[in-house]
Each structure stands twice: as structure tokens, then as C-alpha cells.
Design a protein around this ligand. Structure first.
Ligand code: DX5
Ligand code: ZN
Length: 220
């Protein structure tokens, strides 16, 4: 099954409860929460307090995409606040294996995100320790950027490696996902789609955006 995960980065931050309820009602599979610290990426969003406040507005799993330096120092706070999965960036973790164990010991599912310039070999040795591998198809920091097509071979290689090793991790794609690119990434082997601006700034509305992706998913 292909999972659809709206990214709150493009939601209306003054109406987060409304937007969380809308994507839940529209049939999203989980909610992707983009956490930025102004250092690992040039933008700043929110921390565990916001996660805590949206936790009881939806039954969907909350995925914390931590685009922050030293995620090991604060990831437990995000789990306590209600994140079901924590994604750390490979580029931000010197001891990635240790950080993945730390996430699991704190009671959450663990995943790793890789920037467009980061090769798959940076995370190959810990693929068996993760529940999700997130392949960035834009440089993290902002919503609404163009999909980087040259990432498709990386998605294919990740899927081939997972199949070869018999791993059941999710292979997710984040950045520039829309009705056209979702077909390409699913064909390349992704099974989880993160979409921010396509969902929240879609002229046809949130319901139509999610049902569009869902219908597209059904045909793939
Ligand atoms: C980018 C974030 C994404 C972002 C994607 O740094 O990690 O989750 O919201 O936005 P779109 O779907 O607009 O490219
Ligand atoms: Zn993200």
C-alpha cells in the first residue's frame, strides 16, 4: 500500500487544528511534521509543544521530520509529546546507529532522511535498523520547491537494496510531490509520499488534493 502523508509545513500555522482535522478527514495515512532549527536548514518552524497540542486532534500517526542539529539531544521530547516516528538526518548524526537505537528505546519508530547530495552508501549499513528511509527530492528548508528528477535512481537503488536484504522499511519521498511526480517515485519503488504545498495550497482544496493522490495511487 502507498501511504500518503501531508506535510504540515504548508498548513496555516494560525489554524493548525483545522488543517490537522481536514487532512485526517480527507483520508491521509499519517501526518508529517517538519521541525526546523534555523541551523541545519535556514528556516525555523516548531518544537515539541506544538506536537503536544496537535496530538489529540487526530488519531493518525505523527511523523517528526527533524531537520535540526544534534537531534539526539531533544528527540525524546518529541516522542513524549506524541510523535510515533522520528526521522533524523544522516548528515546531522555522527553516530547514526546509536541515534536510531535511542529513538527505539524511547518508544518510537526510527527513520533516516538523506539530503539530495547524500549518497545512499552513507546509510546502507544501518538500513536494517530503520523503519523508514526518507529520500529528499528537494533541498530541505522550504515547501513548494521543484522536484529534483535526478533523485529517481537513488529511490530505485534503495528499493533494490531493501528487496535484496528482505527489509520491510518504508521508502518515503519528500519534496515536490504532486500528481505527476508521485507516479515517477512510486514506479521507482517508493511506498510513502509526503506532500506539502500540493495538499495545502491546492486550488481545488485539501480533499481534492488527497483524493487525487489516492486515486493516482490506486492506478499505480
Ligand atoms: C522540506 C520539507 C518537506 C516539505 C515538502 O524541507 O521536509 O516536508 O513540506 O513540501 P512540498 O511538498 O511543497 O515540496
Ligand atoms: Zn519533511
Amino acid at each position: 500500500m502507498i501511504k500518503i502523508s501531508p506535510s504540515l509545513l504548508s498548513a496555516d500555522f494560525s489554524n493548525l487544528e483545522r488543517d490537522v482535522r481536514r487532512v485526517t478527514a480527507a483520508g491521509a495515512d499519517c501526518i508529517h511534521c517538519d521541525v526546523m532549527d534555523g541551523r541545519f536548514v535556514p528556516n525555523i518552524t516548531f518544537g515539541p509543544l506544538v506536537i503536544r497540542d496537535i496530538r489529540d486532534k487526530t488519531d493518525l500517526p505523527l511523523i517528526g521530520h527533524l531537520m535540526i542539529e544534534h537531534p539526539e539531544d531533544i528527540l525524546a521530547e518529541f516522542i513524549k509529546a506524541g510523535c510515533d516516528t522520528i526521522l533524523v538526518h544522516a548528515e546531522a548524526c555522527i553516530h547514526l546507529h546509536r541515534t536510531l537505537q535511542q529513538i527505539k528505546e524511547a518508544g518510537a519508530l526510527a527513520g533516516v532522511a538523506v539530503n539530495p547530495s547524500t549518497p545512499l552508501c552513507m546509510v546502507e549499513e544501518v538500513m536494517g535498523d530503520m523503519d523508514e528511509l526518507l529520500i529528499m527530492t528537494v533541498n530541505p528548508g522550504y515547501g513548494g520547491q521543484a522536484f529534483i528528477h535526478s533523485m529517481l535512481p537513488k529511490i530505485r537503488a534503495a528499493r533494490a537494496l531493501a528487496d535484496e536484504r528482505g527489509l520491510s522499511l518504508d521508502i518515503a519521498v519528500d519534496g515536490g510531490v504532486n500528481l505527476e511526480t508521485c507516479k515517477l517515485v512510486v514506479e521507482a519503488g517508493a511506498n510513502a509520499l509526503i506532500a506539502g504545498s500540493f495538499v495545502f495550497t491546492n486550488p481545488s482544496g485539501i480533499d481534492a488534493a488527497i483524493s487525487g493522490l489516492r486515486e493516482r495511487r490506486g492506478t499505480l
